[in-house]
Design a protein around this ligand. Structure first.
Ligand code: SF4
Length: 208
């Protein structure tokens, strides 16, 4: 699919929400982090739990200096940039500013747009309707595949072949199908121990 990114110099971003919480997914589960949810996504996953983030125009454009000040005021030492799809925007200026202040930068992305920004950790979560661009696969620190059903396990194995050695491999049940799918995932991981289970621990903790 040919697509285009909004025009931006990355110094202001559509801010859906920001909050200091605990990372609930992937290898960094349990760590405190400041979350920045950036607006805009055209991938339209049917099970998306942040549909309110899709239309970037609904959210205020906020200067990255304001965002960085809020991160520092919260006392956080790391930021998770999520969405929406953050890579619809130029993430270079935000990352540069945060890192200049000693803040670690973590990215959550589908990989469907070109990578911008400097990241301490890249979580790649491919989406079936809009596969990741080839260039980002070898850069991912963790590959987090959401399992809903269908060919998700087969797709996960295809992506596994394209990430770098040492990339952490995670299978995460799609939240609304947790009860139906978790047994299948645990059996799969027992048979394929290169993978591990990722749960959305923040949802069990009832925190954002
Ligand atoms: Fe939602 Fe993420 Fe899918 Fe976009 S890529 S529709 S934000 S789950």
């Amino acid at each position: 699919m040919k697509r285009s990114s909004p025009v931006t110099d990355g110094h202001r971003l559509p801010l859906v929400e920001e909050f200091y919480s605990i990372q609930g997914e992937g290898c960094n589960t349990g760590k405190a982090a400041y979350f920045i949810r950036v607006g805009g996504c055209d991938i339209c996953c049917s099970w998306c739990d942040t549909k309110y983030s899709w239309d970037a125009g609904l959210h205020p454009m906020v200067g990255i200096d304001v965002i960085a000040s809020n991160v520092l005021a919260a006392g956080a030492d790391s930021v998770v940039v999520t969405g929406g799809e953050p890579l619809m925007w130029d993430m270079g200026p935000l990352c540069e500013l945060l890192r200049s202040k000693g803040i670690k930068t973590y990215l959550e992305t589908s990989g469907a747009f070109p990578l911008t920004g400097s990241w301490d950790w890249i979580t790649l979560s491919p989406k079936r309707g809009s596969p990741p661009l080839p260039g980002i696969l070898p850069l991912a620190d963790e590959l987090k595949v959401v399992i809903q059903g269908g060919t998700d396990f087969e797709d996960a194995e295809i992506y596994k072949e394209k990430v770098k050695p040492g990339c952490q491999l995670l299978l995460q049940p799609e939240w609304s199908r947790y009860s139906e799918i978790i047994a299948e995932i645990t059996e799969y991981v027992k048979k394929n121990p290169g993978w591990r289970v990722s749960l959305q621990a923040h949802k069990f903790m009832h925190i954002p």
